[in-house]
Design a protein around this ligand. Structure first.
Ligand code: ARG
Length: 637
């Protein structure tokens, strides 16, 4: 029987998707073929309209009849007609029913089970991956794959790794995995904040309070200490300087003489850390080898440390780029071009772009060269976009940056567009996300990602120890707590819409109840435990008699498993991690309500084997979804 159905489905055009197949595709095709004569449309036009559903009671696939745009007939009436004419019979794989203007299709479970479970057991972690969307030409795979740069994380060396960087890291990591699993060539890029006057400040600070030993031990923390200390000094110096500047301005406005005040101001400025930093940075810009060597050391050591922390989140980068890597000559070319094209203009010794003059009043004005001749953050980004296109010829570039920088990114894209590079700006996209509020350790506000993880881990360990029996069975409780803490943080971050912010809540994220990271991990670990207790030989599951899986709970699980490849495809449209996460939680709920009905230990050997095949398929899908989100599924907890 299983072979029969397999043959029938492949004759229906079960689509090859790399090594994995989407078990729903042949159903979609089957439905479209049956619908074609009823609605008098071509099969290829109907198939894309047959869409997935968000809950099983709405069918396995559905057709919004209004999409046919047939005049003179209400979608309700048409839906009714379609259902009445839809063929029935043994060889029809679905049943159709009407729900208002929709036709809902329900897969016949006998067929579905025989197709879905073997497919998952066979394609394993490839299930749900489909390289077609990333093909340059889907009808000719030899044309190769499209290229996407995902720029994310991008912290600033020597400053804190704040909540915005954490979110960018988590969301960007997810997007990179999503594109990779759907056939794109992905370049993961970290654009470090590693250039600017603050490196002059840092270097001078290091000369005063730095220690090479501390730097070797924990570069990021030490550099941050130095930075904070020198910044305090700078702020203290800034106060009287700013006072004087204000006084001078007021006097000037009244037309009074300011020579005396200016004489007082000059030596203060000259001796200030701010001025020293400016000079130091100038020497870096001018290529002074000694200044650059120290900066290079800070950068290299920081990257080494970042890499270790990123690895805890299952993230690595292909390119550590950064503001420092943007070539001066490209910056100069951009500036010359913007001036020549009259996009940028001089204003009081600085150079700026007035977007109102280019039909984008909302974007205000942006300075691109300071009065002292130095370029800015935006200027470097403008040059970087061109350099990246030149180097990678990307089909798409995604910037994962907090919504606080919406204006900056809009200015960047707009300027690129109007300066004659619309072909490039059209390929660029900003994934803008809302802020995390209240990210702090129990002791206070955090500075580094490792501190955040540690403080969640402390709570996680407390929660785990409440179940002493289980805790004792763990070989390495610390490692498990580490993974669970990271899962907790990431799941909380990935739960809401990307554009919405959220409140960082350690107690909530570490709870075992509710749709939390630990709950999801528990769903996976429980399946592992069932397999362990049954002493299952997973390699023999392909001979299981799946027709034994008749119970409504089993059928519903299979229906959910069938949806996973469509969930991934839909995620490529929404680019919302919550699309995957919501699915995984539904799956976890369906599983936990099934265990009592579908016991393994204690049932007949054949039934036991069939149920194990179902559970192993479910575990695989959880694993695939969790790793797509960047999580590390645990075996025990
Ligand atoms: N380093 C910047 C910050 O921390 C983020 C960089 C975002 N990327 C970019 N191409 N501007 O604010």
């Amino acid at each position: 029987m299983a072979g029969d159905i397999g043959d029938k489905l492949s004759s229906l055009g079960l689509q090859e998707v790399g090594k994995a197949k989407n078990p729903v595709s042949p159903y979609r095709q089957h439905i479209a073929e049956k619908l074609a004569p009823i609605v008098d449309r071509k099969v290829e036009d109907i198939a894309p309209l047959v869409s997935w559903t968000t809950s099983p009671d709405k069918g396995d696939l559905m057709l919004p009849v209004a999409a046919f745009r047939i005049k003179g007939k209400s979608p309700q009436d048409l839906a009714k007609e379609i259902v009445e004419s839809f063929p029935t019979g043994e060889d029809i794989l679905v049943t159709a029913s009407q729900a208002g203007p929709f036709v809902q299709f329900f897969f016949k479970p006998e067929h579905l089970t025989q197709v879905v479970i073997p497919e998952i057991l066979k394609s394993k972690n490839a299930y749900g991956s489909d390289p077609t969307p990333g093909l340059k030409d889907p009808s000719d795979p030899s044309q190769g794959h499209k290229k996407v740069i995902v720029e994310f994380s991008s912290p600033n060396i020597a400053k804190e790794f704040h909540a915005g960087h954490l979110r960018s890291t988590i969301i960007g990591g997810f997007l990179a995995k999503l594109y990779a699993r759907t056939g794109w060539d992905v370049i993961k890029m970290n654009y470090l904040g590693d250039w600017g006057k603050q490196y002059g400040l840092l270097a001078n600070g290091f000369k005063q309070f730095g220690s090479q030993e501390e730097l070797d031990k924990n570069s990021i923390a030490h550099l941050f200490q130095v930075y904070v200390k020198i910044n305090q000094i700078k702020s203290q110096q800034d106060e009287p300087i700013n006072e004087l500047k204000k006084e001078i301005k007021e006097k000037k406005a009244k037309g009074e003489d300011t020579t005396e005040l200016e004489n007082k101001l000059a030596p203060l400025v000259e001796a200030s850390e701010d001025e020293k930093a400016r000079k130091y940075f100038k020497s870096m810009e001018d290529g002074d080898p000694e200044a650059l060597a120290l900066w290079q050391q800070f950068r290299d050591m920081s990257i080494e440390k970042y890499k270790k922390t990123y690895a805890r989140l299952n993230i690595d980068f292909d390119v550590y780029s950064g503001e420092s890597q943007v070539k001066q000559e490209t910056i100069k070319k951009v500036l010359d071009d913007l001036l020549a094209k009259k996009i940028a203009e001089e204003s009081e010794g600085a150079i700026l772009i007035d977007f109102a003059k280019h039909g984008a009043k909302k974007l205000n004005k942006a300075v691109i060269v300071r009065r002292d001749g130095t370029p800015l953050y935006l200027t470097r980004d403008l040059a970087a976009i061109l350099e990246r296109y030149e180097t990678y010829h990307f089909d798409k570039m995604i910037y994962v940056i907090a919504d606080q920088q919406n204006e900056h990114v809009a200015q960047l894209f707009k300027t690129t567009e109007i300066s004659g590079h619309k072909d490039i700006s059209d390929r660029c996209e900003h994934i803008s996300f809302g802020m995390v509020k209240g990210m702090s350790t129990r002791k206070g506000t955090v500075k580094f990602l490792d501190d955040v993880i540690q403080s969640v881990k402390d709570v996680m360990l407390d929660v785990m120890q409440k179940n002493a029996k289980k805790y004792e069975q763990l070989e390495d409780p610390d490692a498990v707590a580490d993974i669970l803490a990271i899962t907790a943080i990431m799941v909380q971050d990935l739960t809401g819409k990307v554009r919405n912010g959220y409140e960082f809540n350690i107690n909530q994220m570490t709870a075992f109840e509710g749709d939390t990271g630990p709950y999801l991990q528990y769903a996976h670990a429980r399946l592992c435990s069932i397999e362990r207790k049954a002493n299952a030989d997973l390699s023999t599951l392909d001979s299981a008699d799946l027709s034994l899986l008749k119970e409504p709970h089993a059928v519903n699980l299979v229906r959910a498993l069938a949806q996973y490849p469509d969930v991934v495809m839909n995620t490529l449209k929404t680019r919302e991690p919550s699309t995957v996460l919501t699915y995984l939680f539904k799956m976890a709920h369906a599983l936990s309500s099934s265990y009592d009905h579908l016991q393994v230990v204690g049932s007949e050997p054949e039934l036991q084997k069939a149920r194990l095949a179902l559970y192993e398929a479910a575990r695989q899908v959880l694993w695939n979804g969790m790793t797509l989100l960047g999580l590390t599924p645990v075996q025990r907890m």
